[in-house]
Design a protein around this ligand. Sequence first.
Ligand code: SF4
Length: 248
Amino acid sequence: MGGISSVTNEETLRIAEIFGPTIQGEGALIGVPTVFVRTGGCDYRCSWCDSLHAVDSAYRDTWTPMTPEAVMARIEALSGGQPLMVSLSGGNPAIQPLGGLIRMGQGKGYRFALETQGSVARRWFRDLDMLVLSPKPPSSGMVVDWDIFAQCVAAANGAPSVLKIVVFDEVDYQWAREVAGRYPDLPVYLQPGNHTPPPPDDDDAVVDQEGVDARMLWLVDRVIGDRWFGAKVLPQLHVMLWGNKRGV
Ligand code: SF4
């Protein structure tokens, strides 16, 4: 992201990486051509996080402070000025002041999806073209604050919203069923966990594809066996194609 001026006002966004266009690899927008804006910093520390470079403060020096205008200019340069879907991810993008960027981009015809664990509610969630709420299951080691999560659902205020839940094991699966039961109006996407977070100094960690495939088959069996016909079970397409490699 060289050549982009640094800024330090209250609208400053901490950006870990901007890349694409590529396809969205998971969830409700799987297969959709997308530019990704990954923000730096997260209020969680999931045991299996696959985005440590956008979470751990050890990487803070690699995060670039940028204005919304500079981020938008980068998105437009990558897309050749042709509007497309922009995915805001992290880290937890909800801890960043992204409302201005979203409004600016939508004024130019771009659409914005944001994925967050649901630990910080923002008024600007209502402006999103899609809010992906991805509460972290027990295997993450995190504990969800359900009051704040409910505030996130409410903040969407009619903006299309979905649940995306990563499942590693039976405990996570039962938890996912319970969460889906709390929010019967939200479409549910289940995804088998990818157990191989990249070590700090390795961008191209090897994926345990056999393990992921086995969990995917098991998850399909569980969902069908339970006649949970409202759920959608999807793999991480980008992991199948490129492993845990960054920036694709
Ligand atoms: Fe990583 Fe997401 Fe967990 Fe943050 S919430 S630590 S980005 S998996």
